[in-house]
Design a protein around this ligand. Structure first.
Ligand SMILES: [Zn+2]
Ligand SMILES: [Zn+2]
Length: 254
């Protein structure tokens, strides 16, 4: 028991340090690049960065919950407190990460829809204080909503044969996707991010912050399309940005 708790505490601290480092590194790199392309800004008149200080502070706190959930999932796996033995080898790690990512996409969609109900919206309001999200917004959320969303990792660790390293790959993917998805600048609009493709670009979650009751998903638009919650203009908005980006590239710089 003592060994389990010691592992849990040490891992939580290590994951918090690594995630926080990634948060600042990713944030400054994306921001530096994005500022050189002001024409790519999605909500041109909004100043999302005005709330950067508050968002960073809240993120440092919510990453504690994210790190704890991930550490708990890994410890359960390391100590064999799961229904199945983890899959072995690199194939097992990659398969585990793929299962985590696909399962999280489904989990996130429904947890997010629940967070928009009358009873639970109070736990999600903080995240929506940024109508124009920035790189600092992705982890800017309360403890309860973070626990609701990240508890998927603990459930997956107990019920599925996920190797510990797969949780690391999932965290990396989730973090990078979250920071790019909140960055407020569109660099990924293309045919592969609109119908019939299930992939999404930054406009997808940006619309969620701007227009509120649409686009609840995370990695893909699958569940929004099936649930009728995809914003009716999403596919057209992506096509417009795609055309705009092409036109800008063809126009020689003055
Ligand atoms: Zn929301
Ligand atoms: Zn968001």
């Amino acid at each position: 028991m003592l060994a389990f708790v010691a592992h849990l505490v040490v891992l939580t601290v290590l994951i918090w340090v690594a995630t926080t480092a990634l948060y600042f590194l990713g944030g400054f790199v994306i921001l530096a690049y994005a500022r050189r392309h002001p024409e790519r800004k999605i909500q041109q008149r909004a100043d999302g960065e005005a709330r950067a200080r508050e968002e960073i502070w809240e993120s440092l706190r919510s990453i504690v919950v994210t790190s704890f959930c991930m550490a708990l999932a890994i410890c359960l796996s390391l100590f064999g407190l799961t229904l199945w033995s983890p899959m072995e080898g690199w194939i097992g790690v990659l398969a585990g990460a793929a299962i985590l990512i696909l399962g999280y996409d489904f989990w996130f969609y429904w947890a997010h829809r629940l967070l928009h109900t009358k009873r639970l919206i109070r736990f999600h309001r903080w995240h929506h204080r940024s109508r124009a999200p920035t790189v600092w917004s992705t982890d800017s959320q309360g403890f309860v909503e973070t626990a609701m969303i990240q508890s998927w990792l603990v459930l997956a660790a107990v019920l599925l044969p996920i190797p510990p390293l797969a949780f690391v790959l999932h965290r990396l993917y989730d973090h990078i996707n979250g920071q790019l998805g909140h960055c407020g600048y569109e660099f990924f609009a293309s045919r592969s991010t609109r119908a019939p493709s299930p992939l999404v670009c930054t406009t997808y979650h940006d619309q969620h912050h701007e227009l509120y009751n649409w686009n609840y998903g995370n990695f893909t638009s699958i569940w929004d399309r099936l649930g009728g919650t995809l914003h009716p203009d999403y596919d057209r908005a992506v096509a417009r940005r795609e055309d705009h980006a092409e036109a800008t590239e063809k126009t020689p710089a003055e």
